[in-house]
Design a protein around this ligand. Sequence first.
Ligand code: PLP
Length: 240
Amino acid sequence: MTAPPGDQRAAELASSLAAVRARIHAATQQAQRPAGAVSLVVVTKFFPASDVRLLAGLGVADVGENRHQEAQGKAHECADLRGGLRWHFIGGLQSNKAAAVAAYADVVESLDRPKLVAPLDRGAAERGVVLPVLVQVSLDPSGATRRAGAEPTDVLGLAERVEQAEHLELAGLMAVAPLGEEPVAAFARLAEVQRALLAEHPAASVLSAGMSADLEAAIGAGATHVRVGSAVLGSRPAVQ
Ligand SMILES: *Cc1c(COP(=O)(O)O)cnc(C)c1O
């Protein structure tokens, strides 16, 4: 008898999840950091709410999404799991959508410019929560075409604004390693930015860095959260 498709997907996810957890464990040991120092955020973008449910059943507590509409829909579909599941918003934010993101996200990892502070603060106030926020840092060489993320030199100013917002909590930093550079070198720059942040904001200790391809390098540089998609869920459609 063949297993029903749901069971088969559950088995697939259980096995890839175990492999990723083993990688995290090994890298944590290798970096001589305490067991449990690194949390896994499973990035479920492009995958259905049914996968989120299966992951929750496998003990996943944190999921990441990068597009507002998709994230909002899935958070709604999984509303009964709320309490057991934290939604991390990790994608580009538009200022006119930021308040709406604050209505369901439990952590916003991608704050990268001052204009986002007020709408996020307002959304969190309307929901009646204090929303943890990470400042996203760009690790691209300076002068390169600007992608997501604040320039390292702008991080402290931005952090100050978050700290001053009544309904936002400055939790730390997030970054993506740039293409075409050794992740170890990029994450070493990130660790420097983190040292400067911690000197002024010692409680902002979250460092969200590392994805399927480079989580070991990120853990070596002090990541407290890795955001892993394809290594758990399989490859996404090429167009993103
Ligand atoms: C998609 C995405 C990830 C996960 O990437 P994988 O390579 O699939 O692990 C992590 N962080 C961000 C910001 C993403 O957009």
